[in-house]
Design a protein around this ligand. Structure first.
Ligand code: ADP
Ligand code: RBF
Ligand code: MG
Length: 149
């Protein structure tokens, strides 16, 4: 099952606490608070998957993302963090990131160790790939990402 319609969100990539790459090995591109405010108010915190587009390039990447307070780190600010399933040679702070949220995976939760959180993220990525293998990209996504289909 997917969300009835993809949810689109876009904004500039801002700095977070720098934990994603250093502590987890999974860098996450963070949106500003402003961008997060434009999400539907009913969208629950948790882990999602979908697609991403960077700097209006003609490319669609897969992504997994976390919306919420990261209970393991007990953040006080709600964040939406996107890990793009692609190896980039450099950082891209300040870039325009567009995401299409396709579906929900699970609630965000606490873990007894950082290794448990990392294992869970690996599982989230596997599940996202299995689901996205079966997902038919729609004209709406090409349109929102400004990509020629
Ligand atoms: P921060 O706390 O500042 O968000 P992270 O450690 O989470 O720091 O790293 C995020 C940054 O890493 C992104 O803003 C981006 O510039 C860079 N980056 C490199 N590769 C990726 C990727 N595959 N997915 C997301 N961000 C990436
Ligand atoms: N943080 C949590 O505290 N609990 C989670 O369950 C959790 N799940 C995540 C799943 C994915 C796919 C990603 C990319 C991140 C997740 N995080 C979670 C967020 C992680 O704590 C955050 O990316 C780092 O704190 C870096 O900002
Ligand atoms: Mg981050």
């Amino acid at each position: 099952m997917y969300l009835i319609e993809p949810i689109f969100l876009e904004g500039l990539v801002v700095k977070g606490f720098g934990r994603g790459s250093k502590q987890l090995g999974y860098p996450t591109a963070n949106f500003s608070e402003n961008a997060i405010e434009s999400l539907p108010k009913t969208l629950r915190n948790g882990v999602y998957f979908g697609f991403a587009n960077l700097d209006a390039e003609n490319k669609i990447y897969r992504m997994v993302a976390n919306l919420g307070y990261c209970p393991f780190f007990q953040n006080t600010q709600r964040s939406f963090e996107t890990h793009i399933l692609h190896d980039f040679p450099t950082d891209f702070y300040g870039s325009l990131l567009k995401v299409a949220i396709i579906d929900y995976i699970r609630e965000e939760r606490n873990f007894t160790s950082i290794d448990c959180l990392i294992l869970q993220i690996e599982n989230d990525i596997k599940l996202a790939n299995v689901k996205l293998d079966k997902y038919q990209l729609s004209a709406q996504i090409y349109q929102k990402f400004n990509i020629e289909s």
